[in-house]
Design a protein around this ligand. Structure first.
Ligand code: LLP
Length: 410
């Protein structure tokens, strides 16, 4: 049995029936399984070599308790803002295992990163190189950097989550790489220690990432000609999970191939997985408020909206929906629509479900890019978040209150 699974017609997170958790904590609620996070993390951890590093992509789910859990398992972190970096520090992360990606790092963010001696700042443009140089001179501190390169590989997932094509805003083209490497003094304030790439998200074919590794090696060799001794290849994140019938990416297959490719070389690897660590470890539970007919359509109006789970509206993403209560109701075909005043506020379409008002449903595989993408649209309150470990439930984020959401305005 998986950590989140159905047993005797009941949905469980580890040892607890979801209905029991819902009765106590209400809905909508994000519920995560520690075991699922641990198992997913181990599928990487068990394949890496000494010196290699997993830097979990904080953007996928940045809850402090989840960061702490991962840090305790030995994870490092990939952050994309100063505040994500602060979250990692609050969660007790090892500073020397943090990499900082992102195209728009401000002077304050660069200062924070340099002051904390993180493992590397991943440079995404020539302008950023100049800014990091300036800040490190001002602070009189050396800084380790990666060049995030753009290998121009198309990955075939939704266009909003592809990042490695030539015209994307991410990474450096070869010309900029060569310009930076020739201007970066060997014993100067910036030490180029790694080359990085992340070609996109929800990738099922490990060979695409492997192609980017070939490119990273080529760039590292190019940099060596200018005297830069590249220690790490940061191969990014991106392995996909199975939401519906897609192939899930395999950390084992990926890492076996990468290790083979690097067998004659001294590079250490950094990985930045997000979705494949936390995606399957979380569900969103929602209550059916009304059943409503509109022409031939039947809507289940639920208490979670696009502000709680934006993926279906934003990427036409498909999340499996499971009945939590399993009453003896007739099976019918429903669109599940939320309370938000937008036609696009439909979280699932054409689902066969046995539900009636008052019942609960669970949206599966929402651990990644679920709670982190919530908003207060329509002045809705962000959901409670719960972490289950065996038969224990811990509130890891309380439900927002009206006072919370007006606090900055009063
Ligand atoms: N590293 C970098 C530099 C990234 O930009 C990302 C994700 C990751 C690592 C982690 O990728 P993962 O292993 O999670 O695929 N909101 C979208 C996904 C956006 C991904 C952005 N970058 C979604 O809900 O599908």
């Amino acid at each position: 049995m998986k950590a989140i699974d159905t047993k005797d017609n009941q949905l469980y997170v580890e040892d607890i029936p979801v209905i029991q958790i819902t009765k106590e904590y209400g809905s909508p609620a994000f519920i995560y399984s520690s075991k699922a996070i641990n198992d997913n993390f181990q599928s990487y951890q068990s394949e890496i070599r000494e010196g290699d590093l997993i830097c979990y992509a904080v953007k996928a789910n940045s809850n402090l308790h989840i960061l702490k859990l991962l840090s305790d398992l030995g994870s490092g972190f990939d952050v994309v803002s100063g505040n994500e970096l602060k979250r990692c520090l609050l969660a007790g992360a090892d500073k020397n295992k943090i990499v900082f990606s992102g195209v728009a790092k401000t002077e304050e963010e660069i200062t924070l990163a340099i002051e904390n001696d993180i493992l590397s700042i991943n440079i995404e443009s020539y302008g950023e190189f100049e800014r990091i140089l300036e800040v490190s001179k001002k602070l009189n501190k050396k800084v380790n950097c990666a060049l995030r390169v753009n290998p121009d590989i198309a990955i075939g997932s939704h266009k909003y989550i592809q990042t490695g094509s030539k015209t994307s805003k991410f990474g450096l083209d070869k010309e900029s790489v060569l310009k930076i490497s020739s201007q970066c003094e060997i014993d100067g304030p910036i030490k180029l220690t790694s080359v990085a790439s992340h070609i996109g998200s929800q990738i099922s074919d490990e060979n695409l990432i492997l192609e980017s590794v070939d490119y990273l090696i080529e760039i590292a060799d190019e940099l060596a000609k200018n005297g830069h001794n590249i220690e790490y290849l940061d191969i990014g994140g991106g392995l996909g999970i199975q939401y519906r019938d897609e192939e899930e990416g395999s950390p084992k297959i990926l890492l076996e191939k990468v290790k083979e490719l690097l067998s004659e070389r001294d590079f250490k690897i950094i990985l930045e997985p997000g979705r494949s660590v936390i995606g399957t470890a979380g569900i969103l539970v929602s209550k059916v408020e009304y059943i409503k007919e509109a022409g031939e359509k039947k809507f289940a109006i639920i208490d979670a909206g696009m502000n709680d789970l934006i993926r279906p509206s934003l990427y036409e993403a498909w999340h499996k929906v499971i009945e939590v209560d399993h009453q003896n109701t007739d099976l019918d075909l429903y669109d599940l629509a939320g309370p938000v005043c937008e036609t696009g506020d439909v979280l699932a379409k054409d689902r066969d479900l046995k539900i009636m008002p008052g019942d609960h449903v669970a949206f599966m595989d929402v651990g990644a890019y679920g709670s982190v993408m919530t908003s207060n649209y329509n002045s809705r309150l962000r959901p409670i978040e719960l972490l289950v470990t065996k038969d224990k439930v811990q509130v890891i984020k309380r439900k927002e209150s009206f006072e919370d959401i007006v606090a900055l305005e009063t």
